[in-house]
Write a protein that binds this ligand. Structure first.
Ligand code: DNO
Length: 410
Protein backbone atom coordinates (compact mmCIF):
# COMPACT_ATOMS: atom_id res chain seq x y z
CA UNK A 1 0.00 0.00 0.00
CA UNK A 2 1.07 3.59 -0.53
CA UNK A 3 1.67 5.48 2.72
CA UNK A 4 -0.25 8.71 2.66
CA UNK A 5 -1.16 11.45 5.13
CA UNK A 6 -4.01 13.90 5.31
CA UNK A 7 -2.52 17.37 5.06
CA UNK A 8 -4.64 20.51 5.19
CA UNK A 9 -2.69 22.69 2.78
CA UNK A 10 0.00 25.33 2.95
CA UNK A 11 -1.25 26.66 6.29
CA UNK A 12 -1.18 23.26 7.99
CA UNK A 13 1.05 23.41 11.07
CA UNK A 14 2.40 20.04 10.01
CA UNK A 15 4.72 20.74 7.11
CA UNK A 16 5.53 18.55 4.15
CA UNK A 17 9.16 18.50 5.26
CA UNK A 18 8.04 16.91 8.53
CA UNK A 19 6.06 14.30 6.62
CA UNK A 20 9.06 13.36 4.51
CA UNK A 21 10.93 12.53 7.70
CA UNK A 22 8.33 10.02 8.85
CA UNK A 23 8.16 7.96 5.69
CA UNK A 24 5.13 9.48 4.00
CA UNK A 25 4.98 8.97 0.24
CA UNK A 26 1.72 10.52 -0.86
CA UNK A 27 -0.42 13.44 0.25
CA UNK A 28 -4.16 13.43 0.76
CA UNK A 29 -5.55 16.94 0.52
CA UNK A 30 -8.07 19.30 -1.02
CA UNK A 31 -8.34 22.89 -2.20
CA UNK A 32 -9.63 23.97 1.19
CA UNK A 33 -9.88 27.64 0.16
CA UNK A 34 -12.28 27.13 -2.72
CA UNK A 35 -15.85 27.85 -1.59
CA UNK A 36 -18.30 25.00 -1.74
CA UNK A 37 -19.86 24.51 -5.14
CA UNK A 38 -17.20 26.41 -7.14
CA UNK A 39 -14.97 24.86 -9.82
CA UNK A 40 -11.49 23.75 -8.81
CA UNK A 41 -9.48 25.41 -11.53
CA UNK A 42 -6.61 23.70 -13.22
CA UNK A 43 -4.27 26.52 -12.17
CA UNK A 44 -5.12 26.19 -8.48
CA UNK A 45 -4.73 22.42 -8.63
CA UNK A 46 -1.42 22.72 -10.44
CA UNK A 47 -0.11 25.24 -7.92
CA UNK A 48 -0.78 22.88 -5.01
CA UNK A 49 0.47 19.84 -6.88
CA UNK A 50 3.75 21.58 -7.67
CA UNK A 51 4.11 22.71 -4.06
CA UNK A 52 3.70 19.10 -2.91
CA UNK A 53 6.08 17.78 -5.53
CA UNK A 54 8.71 20.37 -4.66
CA UNK A 55 8.81 18.74 -1.23
CA UNK A 56 9.52 15.35 -2.79
CA UNK A 57 5.98 14.00 -2.34
CA UNK A 58 3.05 13.37 -4.63
CA UNK A 59 -0.59 14.41 -4.41
CA UNK A 60 -2.17 10.95 -4.30
CA UNK A 61 -5.76 11.46 -3.19
CA UNK A 62 -8.29 14.27 -3.05
CA UNK A 63 -10.16 14.26 0.25
CA UNK A 64 -12.68 15.64 -0.32
CA UNK A 65 -14.16 17.04 -3.47
CA UNK A 66 -17.35 17.97 -1.62
CA UNK A 67 -20.74 17.02 -2.99
CA UNK A 68 -22.99 19.99 -2.28
CA UNK A 69 -26.23 19.54 -0.37
CA UNK A 70 -28.34 20.32 -3.43
CA UNK A 71 -26.96 17.19 -5.14
CA UNK A 72 -27.71 15.15 -2.04
CA UNK A 73 -31.29 16.28 -1.49
CA UNK A 74 -31.99 16.74 -5.21
CA UNK A 75 -32.48 20.52 -5.33
CA UNK A 76 -33.45 22.48 -8.45
CA UNK A 77 -29.83 23.43 -9.22
CA UNK A 78 -28.33 19.98 -8.84
CA UNK A 79 -27.51 19.57 -12.55
CA UNK A 80 -25.63 22.83 -12.50
CA UNK A 81 -23.68 21.63 -9.47
CA UNK A 82 -22.99 18.28 -11.14
CA UNK A 83 -21.56 20.17 -14.16
CA UNK A 84 -19.24 22.01 -11.80
CA UNK A 85 -18.24 18.72 -10.18
CA UNK A 86 -17.48 17.20 -13.57
CA UNK A 87 -15.36 20.20 -14.50
CA UNK A 88 -13.35 19.88 -11.27
CA UNK A 89 -12.83 16.17 -11.98
CA UNK A 90 -11.53 16.94 -15.47
CA UNK A 91 -9.16 19.55 -14.08
CA UNK A 92 -7.86 17.15 -11.43
CA UNK A 93 -7.24 14.43 -14.00
CA UNK A 94 -5.47 16.89 -16.28
CA UNK A 95 -3.03 17.45 -13.41
CA UNK A 96 -2.65 13.70 -12.85
CA UNK A 97 -4.79 13.32 -9.70
CA UNK A 98 -7.16 10.43 -10.13
CA UNK A 99 -8.40 9.23 -6.73
CA UNK A 100 -11.25 11.27 -5.32
CA UNK A 101 -12.86 10.74 -1.91
CA UNK A 102 -16.27 12.26 -1.11
CA UNK A 103 -19.20 11.49 1.13
CA UNK A 104 -22.95 11.35 0.76
CA UNK A 105 -23.87 12.19 4.35
CA UNK A 106 -26.61 14.80 4.57
CA UNK A 107 -25.72 18.02 6.45
CA UNK A 108 -23.21 16.60 8.92
CA UNK A 109 -19.93 14.96 8.05
CA UNK A 110 -18.39 12.93 10.90
CA UNK A 111 -19.54 13.67 14.46
CA UNK A 112 -18.20 13.19 17.98
CA UNK A 113 -19.39 14.47 21.35
CA UNK A 114 -15.96 14.54 22.98
CA UNK A 115 -12.70 15.40 21.26
CA UNK A 116 -10.34 14.96 24.19
CA UNK A 117 -11.71 12.00 26.09
CA UNK A 118 -9.02 11.02 28.61
CA UNK A 119 -7.37 7.59 28.42
CA UNK A 120 -5.88 5.93 31.48
CA UNK A 121 -2.37 6.43 30.08
CA UNK A 122 -2.67 10.23 29.92
CA UNK A 123 -3.36 10.58 26.19
CA UNK A 124 -6.84 11.36 24.89
CA UNK A 125 -9.14 10.13 22.16
CA UNK A 126 -12.27 11.05 20.28
CA UNK A 127 -15.48 9.70 21.80
CA UNK A 128 -19.14 9.40 20.84
CA UNK A 129 -21.85 9.30 23.50
CA UNK A 130 -25.35 8.60 22.19
CA UNK A 131 -26.94 10.21 25.25
CA UNK A 132 -24.98 13.44 24.82
CA UNK A 133 -25.73 13.50 21.13
CA UNK A 134 -29.44 13.00 21.89
CA UNK A 135 -29.20 15.80 24.46
CA UNK A 136 -27.74 18.08 21.77
CA UNK A 137 -30.55 17.14 19.39
CA UNK A 138 -33.39 17.54 21.90
CA UNK A 139 -32.30 20.42 24.11
CA UNK A 140 -29.75 22.44 22.16
CA UNK A 141 -30.85 22.07 18.56
CA UNK A 142 -34.45 21.64 19.78
CA UNK A 143 -35.35 19.72 16.64
CA UNK A 144 -39.04 19.12 16.47
CA UNK A 145 -39.92 15.46 17.02
CA UNK A 146 -36.43 14.63 18.29
CA UNK A 147 -37.56 13.32 21.67
CA UNK A 148 -40.12 10.98 20.11
CA UNK A 149 -37.51 9.71 17.68
CA UNK A 150 -34.91 8.98 20.34
CA UNK A 151 -37.52 6.94 22.19
CA UNK A 152 -37.51 4.48 19.31
CA UNK A 153 -33.90 4.54 18.08
CA UNK A 154 -32.13 1.22 18.62
CA UNK A 155 -28.53 1.86 19.61
CA UNK A 156 -26.35 -0.82 18.01
CA UNK A 157 -24.75 -2.83 20.82
CA UNK A 158 -21.63 -4.97 20.48
CA UNK A 159 -22.14 -8.70 19.99
CA UNK A 160 -20.27 -9.56 23.16
CA UNK A 161 -23.04 -8.19 25.38
CA UNK A 162 -22.16 -10.21 28.48
CA UNK A 163 -21.72 -7.09 30.55
CA UNK A 164 -24.34 -5.00 28.77
CA UNK A 165 -27.23 -3.61 30.74
CA UNK A 166 -30.29 -5.79 30.38
CA UNK A 167 -32.79 -4.71 27.77
CA UNK A 168 -32.64 -1.84 25.29
CA UNK A 169 -30.89 1.33 26.34
CA UNK A 170 -33.20 3.97 27.75
CA UNK A 171 -31.66 7.00 26.08
CA UNK A 172 -34.37 9.39 27.24
CA UNK A 173 -33.77 8.51 30.89
CA UNK A 174 -30.07 9.21 30.34
CA UNK A 175 -30.84 12.49 28.60
CA UNK A 176 -33.03 13.57 31.50
CA UNK A 177 -30.28 12.66 33.95
CA UNK A 178 -27.84 14.72 31.88
CA UNK A 179 -30.24 17.64 31.91
CA UNK A 180 -30.13 17.69 35.68
CA UNK A 181 -26.37 18.13 35.72
CA UNK A 182 -25.75 20.01 32.45
CA UNK A 183 -23.83 23.28 32.57
CA UNK A 184 -23.81 26.10 30.02
CA UNK A 185 -20.10 25.38 29.48
CA UNK A 186 -20.75 21.75 28.54
CA UNK A 187 -23.62 22.80 26.26
CA UNK A 188 -21.29 25.23 24.54
CA UNK A 189 -18.68 22.49 24.21
CA UNK A 190 -21.20 20.13 22.62
CA UNK A 191 -22.00 22.72 19.95
CA UNK A 192 -18.31 23.30 19.38
CA UNK A 193 -17.60 19.57 19.13
CA UNK A 194 -20.55 18.53 17.01
CA UNK A 195 -20.87 21.53 14.70
CA UNK A 196 -17.77 23.68 14.72
CA UNK A 197 -14.59 21.77 15.46
CA UNK A 198 -15.40 18.60 13.56
CA UNK A 199 -17.23 20.22 10.62
CA UNK A 200 -15.38 23.52 10.27
CA UNK A 201 -12.32 22.08 8.59
CA UNK A 202 -13.89 19.30 6.56
CA UNK A 203 -17.37 20.01 5.38
CA UNK A 204 -17.60 23.49 3.87
CA UNK A 205 -21.17 23.77 5.25
CA UNK A 206 -19.91 25.26 8.50
CA UNK A 207 -17.02 27.54 9.29
CA UNK A 208 -15.13 28.03 12.50
CA UNK A 209 -16.30 31.65 12.65
CA UNK A 210 -20.00 31.03 12.00
CA UNK A 211 -21.96 33.34 14.26
CA UNK A 212 -25.23 31.41 14.37
CA UNK A 213 -24.24 27.81 13.68
CA UNK A 214 -27.41 26.31 15.16
CA UNK A 215 -29.65 28.46 13.00
CA UNK A 216 -27.65 27.43 9.95
CA UNK A 217 -27.85 23.81 11.05
CA UNK A 218 -31.66 24.00 11.28
CA UNK A 219 -31.86 25.52 7.79
CA UNK A 220 -29.79 22.65 6.37
CA UNK A 221 -32.00 20.09 8.10
CA UNK A 222 -35.05 21.75 6.63
CA UNK A 223 -33.76 21.00 3.12
CA UNK A 224 -34.13 17.28 3.81
CA UNK A 225 -37.76 17.36 4.84
CA UNK A 226 -39.41 14.42 3.09
CA UNK A 227 -36.12 12.88 1.89
CA UNK A 228 -36.07 9.27 3.02
CA UNK A 229 -33.53 6.53 2.46
CA UNK A 230 -34.98 5.52 -0.93
CA UNK A 231 -34.88 9.11 -2.17
CA UNK A 232 -31.33 9.69 -0.94
CA UNK A 233 -30.25 6.47 -2.65
CA UNK A 234 -31.92 7.60 -5.87
CA UNK A 235 -30.06 10.93 -5.62
CA UNK A 236 -26.74 9.19 -5.08
CA UNK A 237 -27.36 6.97 -8.10
CA UNK A 238 -28.28 10.01 -10.18
CA UNK A 239 -25.04 11.74 -9.18
CA UNK A 240 -22.89 8.68 -9.83
CA UNK A 241 -24.45 7.97 -13.21
CA UNK A 242 -23.86 11.58 -14.19
CA UNK A 243 -20.18 11.60 -13.29
CA UNK A 244 -19.17 8.09 -14.43
CA UNK A 245 -18.70 9.09 -18.10
CA UNK A 246 -16.17 11.72 -16.94
CA UNK A 247 -14.47 9.16 -14.70
CA UNK A 248 -14.25 6.74 -17.64
CA UNK A 249 -12.86 9.42 -19.91
CA UNK A 250 -10.31 10.62 -17.32
CA UNK A 251 -9.66 7.33 -15.51
CA UNK A 252 -10.74 8.71 -12.13
CA UNK A 253 -11.56 6.46 -9.19
CA UNK A 254 -14.33 7.83 -6.99
CA UNK A 255 -14.43 6.51 -3.44
CA UNK A 256 -17.28 7.33 -1.11
CA UNK A 257 -16.54 7.62 2.58
CA UNK A 258 -18.85 5.65 4.90
CA UNK A 259 -21.19 7.45 7.29
CA UNK A 260 -19.77 8.27 10.68
CA UNK A 261 -21.28 7.51 13.14
CA UNK A 262 -23.03 4.75 11.27
CA UNK A 263 -26.58 5.28 12.49
CA UNK A 264 -29.39 7.50 11.28
CA UNK A 265 -29.21 10.71 13.27
CA UNK A 266 -31.15 13.98 13.38
CA UNK A 267 -33.96 12.44 11.38
CA UNK A 268 -31.66 12.16 8.35
CA UNK A 269 -31.20 9.04 6.25
CA UNK A 270 -27.70 7.53 6.17
CA UNK A 271 -26.99 5.24 3.23
CA UNK A 272 -23.35 4.11 3.48
CA UNK A 273 -23.31 2.29 6.83
CA UNK A 274 -23.60 -1.44 6.32
CA UNK A 275 -22.47 -4.22 3.97
CA UNK A 276 -25.93 -4.15 2.42
CA UNK A 277 -25.63 -0.38 1.75
CA UNK A 278 -22.23 -0.78 0.13
CA UNK A 279 -23.44 -3.68 -2.02
CA UNK A 280 -26.33 -1.49 -3.07
CA UNK A 281 -24.38 1.50 -4.36
CA UNK A 282 -21.69 -0.67 -5.98
CA UNK A 283 -24.26 -2.67 -7.91
CA UNK A 284 -26.58 0.27 -8.63
CA UNK A 285 -23.74 1.80 -10.65
CA UNK A 286 -21.56 -1.18 -11.56
CA UNK A 287 -18.62 0.77 -12.95
CA UNK A 288 -15.19 -0.02 -11.44
CA UNK A 289 -14.60 3.73 -11.10
CA UNK A 290 -17.46 3.82 -8.61
CA UNK A 291 -15.75 2.61 -5.46
CA UNK A 292 -15.30 2.87 -1.75
CA UNK A 293 -13.05 4.55 0.78
CA UNK A 294 -12.72 1.66 3.19
CA UNK A 295 -12.79 3.63 6.44
CA UNK A 296 -12.21 0.87 8.97
CA UNK A 297 -12.92 3.34 11.77
CA UNK A 298 -16.36 4.39 10.63
CA UNK A 299 -17.33 0.84 9.78
CA UNK A 300 -16.04 -0.59 13.07
CA UNK A 301 -18.17 1.91 15.00
CA UNK A 302 -21.21 0.00 13.68
CA UNK A 303 -21.66 -2.99 15.98
CA UNK A 304 -23.48 -4.85 13.20
CA UNK A 305 -20.49 -4.65 10.83
CA UNK A 306 -18.00 -7.50 10.46
CA UNK A 307 -15.17 -5.30 9.26
CA UNK A 308 -12.82 -8.05 8.08
CA UNK A 309 -15.56 -9.81 6.10
CA UNK A 310 -16.48 -6.46 4.53
CA UNK A 311 -12.85 -5.79 3.62
CA UNK A 312 -12.65 -9.15 1.86
CA UNK A 313 -15.87 -8.56 0.00
CA UNK A 314 -15.23 -4.96 -1.04
CA UNK A 315 -11.46 -4.94 -1.58
CA UNK A 316 -11.76 -5.11 -5.38
CA UNK A 317 -13.79 -1.89 -5.40
CA UNK A 318 -11.77 -0.16 -2.66
CA UNK A 319 -9.69 2.72 -3.99
CA UNK A 320 -8.53 4.26 -0.72
CA UNK A 321 -8.17 2.93 2.83
CA UNK A 322 -8.48 4.69 6.20
CA UNK A 323 -6.79 2.64 8.90
CA UNK A 324 -8.46 3.30 12.25
CA UNK A 325 -10.25 1.11 14.73
CA UNK A 326 -13.09 1.72 17.19
CA UNK A 327 -13.95 0.17 20.51
CA UNK A 328 -17.65 -0.10 21.30
CA UNK A 329 -18.65 -0.05 24.96
CA UNK A 330 -21.36 -2.38 26.25
CA UNK A 331 -23.92 0.47 26.06
CA UNK A 332 -23.07 1.21 22.40
CA UNK A 333 -20.99 4.39 22.92
CA UNK A 334 -17.71 4.20 21.10
CA UNK A 335 -14.21 5.57 21.19
CA UNK A 336 -11.24 5.30 18.90
CA UNK A 337 -9.05 2.46 20.00
CA UNK A 338 -5.34 2.00 19.46
CA UNK A 339 -4.53 1.21 15.83
CA UNK A 340 -3.42 -2.19 17.09
CA UNK A 341 -6.62 -2.87 19.04
CA UNK A 342 -10.38 -2.37 18.78
CA UNK A 343 -12.84 -4.08 16.48
CA UNK A 344 -11.27 -3.43 13.11
CA UNK A 345 -8.32 -5.88 13.14
CA UNK A 346 -6.03 -3.62 11.16
CA UNK A 347 -3.37 -6.34 10.86
CA UNK A 348 -5.79 -8.52 8.90
CA UNK A 349 -6.87 -5.51 6.88
CA UNK A 350 -3.26 -4.77 5.90
CA UNK A 351 -3.09 -8.29 4.46
CA UNK A 352 -6.34 -7.93 2.58
CA UNK A 353 -5.50 -4.53 1.12
CA UNK A 354 -1.92 -5.27 0.20
CA UNK A 355 -1.99 -3.87 -3.33
CA UNK A 356 1.21 -1.88 -3.91
CA UNK A 357 -0.48 1.21 -5.33
CA UNK A 358 -3.52 1.34 -3.05
CA UNK A 359 -3.22 4.50 -0.93
CA UNK A 360 -3.90 4.30 2.78
CA UNK A 361 -3.67 6.83 5.55
CA UNK A 362 -4.03 6.46 9.25
CA UNK A 363 -7.21 8.15 10.23
CA UNK A 364 -7.50 10.16 13.40
CA UNK A 365 -5.00 9.56 16.13
CA UNK A 366 -4.83 10.12 19.81
CA UNK A 367 -3.81 13.46 21.20
CA UNK A 368 -0.60 12.88 23.12
CA UNK A 369 2.69 14.28 24.36
CA UNK A 370 1.82 17.95 23.85
CA UNK A 371 -0.34 17.64 20.71
CA UNK A 372 -3.18 19.38 22.54
CA UNK A 373 -1.35 22.66 22.94
CA UNK A 374 -0.62 22.90 19.23
CA UNK A 375 -4.17 23.48 18.04
CA UNK A 376 -4.32 20.76 15.39
CA UNK A 377 -7.64 19.95 13.76
CA UNK A 378 -9.73 17.58 15.87
CA UNK A 379 -8.59 14.00 15.36
CA UNK A 380 -5.60 15.13 13.31
CA UNK A 381 -2.81 15.39 15.86
CA UNK A 382 0.78 15.07 14.77
CA UNK A 383 2.41 12.85 17.38
CA UNK A 384 -0.66 10.65 17.82
CA UNK A 385 -1.00 10.10 14.10
CA UNK A 386 2.72 9.65 13.65
CA UNK A 387 2.66 6.98 16.35
CA UNK A 388 -0.24 5.21 14.60
CA UNK A 389 1.52 5.50 11.24
CA UNK A 390 4.66 3.95 12.70
CA UNK A 391 2.58 1.08 14.08
CA UNK A 392 1.01 0.50 10.68
CA UNK A 393 4.36 0.71 8.89
CA UNK A 394 5.65 -1.92 11.32
CA UNK A 395 2.69 -4.19 10.67
CA UNK A 396 3.10 -3.89 6.91
CA UNK A 397 6.85 -4.54 7.08
CA UNK A 398 6.31 -7.61 9.27
CA UNK A 399 3.67 -8.99 6.93
CA UNK A 400 5.94 -8.47 3.95
CA UNK A 401 8.76 -10.17 5.78
CA UNK A 402 6.58 -13.16 6.53
CA UNK A 403 5.33 -13.31 2.94
CA UNK A 404 1.84 -12.68 4.23
CA UNK A 405 0.87 -9.93 1.86
CA UNK A 406 -0.99 -10.70 -1.31
CA UNK A 407 0.30 -8.17 -3.84
CA UNK A 408 -1.21 -9.92 -6.83
CA UNK A 409 -4.34 -11.35 -5.31
CA UNK A 410 -6.61 -8.44 -6.15
C1 DNO B 1 -13.02 12.48 9.12
C2 DNO B 1 -12.92 12.19 7.69
C3 DNO B 1 -14.17 12.62 6.93
C4 DNO B 1 -13.97 12.44 5.44
C5 DNO B 1 -15.15 12.89 4.60
C6 DNO B 1 -14.95 12.53 3.17
O1 DNO B 1 -12.06 12.52 9.81
O2 DNO B 1 -12.58 10.89 7.47
O3 DNO B 1 -14.45 13.95 7.22
O4 DNO B 1 -12.88 13.20 5.03
O5 DNO B 1 -16.32 12.35 5.05
O6 DNO B 1 -15.81 13.27 2.37
Amino acid sequence: MEKTWRWFGKNDKITLAMLRQIGIEGIVTALHDVPLGKVWTREAIRDLREYIEAAGLRWSVVESLPVTETIKYGGPDRDEQIDIYQQSLRNLAAEGIRTVCYNFMPVLDWARTDLLHPNADGSSNLYFSYAEFAYFDIYILKRSGAREEWATIQIPLPAEKATAPAGPRDILAEVDALRATMTPEREHELVENIVIKTQGFVSGNFREDDEAPLEKFRQFLELYRGIDKAQLRANMKYFLEAIMPVCDECNINMCVHPDDPPIEILGLPRIVRTAEDIRWFLSAVPNPHNGLTFCAGSLSAGAYNDVVAMAREFAPRTHFVHLRSCHIFPNGDFTEASHLGGRADLVELCKIFSRPTLPFRVDHGRTMLGDEARGYNAGYSFLGRMFAMAQMQGVIAALEHEGQTLPHAL
